[in-house]
Design a protein around this ligand. Structure first.
Ligand SMILES: Nc1ncnc2c1ncn2[C@@H]1O[C@H](COP(=O)(O)OP(=O)(O)OP(=O)(O)O)[C@@H](O)[C@H]1O
Length: 229
């Protein structure tokens, strides 16, 4: 579904992602884990075309996305929930979701999105900035889903979210995967969340994959040892 090989990303002279290789299967949820500054956000931004890639290859459904602009990647089926969610705080919930519709030609929010997130229907006329962190995360996911993606990229969705809501986010992502046949790549530092949501865990350290394990056979202590400072 999503394949990257010898994938490299640099800021100027400084290479941050050093030749990653991985494949994400259709309907799979993969968690990319790693401590602060290990290159997770850089990987996600590059996959989405927000920052340029410097080498290697990336394909979605067998077609190259490498070097393409973000909107072309959206048209090919990628969607992105950035770190910090980046909700437009002065726009209403409905307007925020509508910004995700551009690639589809639709103008109004599809009912199934509100069915999936009833709280957003209830709050559709409130400003995005007035929502709680958990509600904003739902809004950011709904906005990303508005483009009908095949692959959803989420960058640290639990950041700044209350522990009691973290489990709900995991549940929501699994439901979305099951209902929409989505493929999900999520970067994360919270191991309990990754264990809850992911089928497979990759650990990134200094821009390289240093560990990879299926959820079913995961050695949680080993993964935790990579995440401890
Ligand atoms: N715009 C930038 N210009 C130069 N270096 C950057 C830039 N953004 C990030 N970096 C550097 O790239 C490295 C990886 O950062 P990145 O944000 O991808 O890490 P991360 O694993 O996502 O961490 P976090 O969990 O803090 O988001 C860090 O050393 C960081 O300082």
């Amino acid at each position: 579904m999503l394949n990257v090989s010898d994938y490299r990303v640099s800021y100027g002279q400084s290479e941050i992602v050093h030749g990653l290789d991985f494949t994400v299967q259709p309907n799979e949820i993969v968690a990319v884990m790693g401590r602060n500054g290990m290159g997770k956000s850089t990987l996600m931004k590059a996959l989405m075309g927000v920052i340029p890639e410097s080498g290697g290859a990336a394909t979605l459904d067998g077609k190259s996305i490498f070097g393409k602009k973000s909107h072309d990647r959206v048209n090919q089926g990628l969607a992105y929930v950035p770190q910090g969610r980046m909700i437009f705080s002065s726009m209403t919930v409905r307007e925020n979701i509508e910004t995700g519709l551009t690639s589809t030609g639709r103008r109004s929010v599809p009912k199934d999105l509100y069915d999936m997130f009833p709280v957003l229907l209830e709050m559709r006329n409130r400003r995005g900035g007035n929502l709680s962190g958990g509600q904003q995360q739902q809004l950011a996911i709904a906005r990303a889903l508005a483009s009908n993606p095949k692959v959803l990229l989420l960058d640290e969705p639990t950041e700044g979210i209350q522990p009691s809501i973290i489990k709900e986010i995991a549940q929501t992502l699994k439901e979305i995967r099951d209902q929409r046949g989505l493929t999900i790549v999520v970067t994360e530092q919270v191991l309990s969340f990754a264990l809850e949501v992911a089928d497979r865990i990759l650990v990134v350290e200094k821009g390289k994959i240093v560990h990879e394990e299926a959820r079913s056979s995961v050695d949680a202590e080993k993964v935790a040892s990579y995440l401890s400072v």
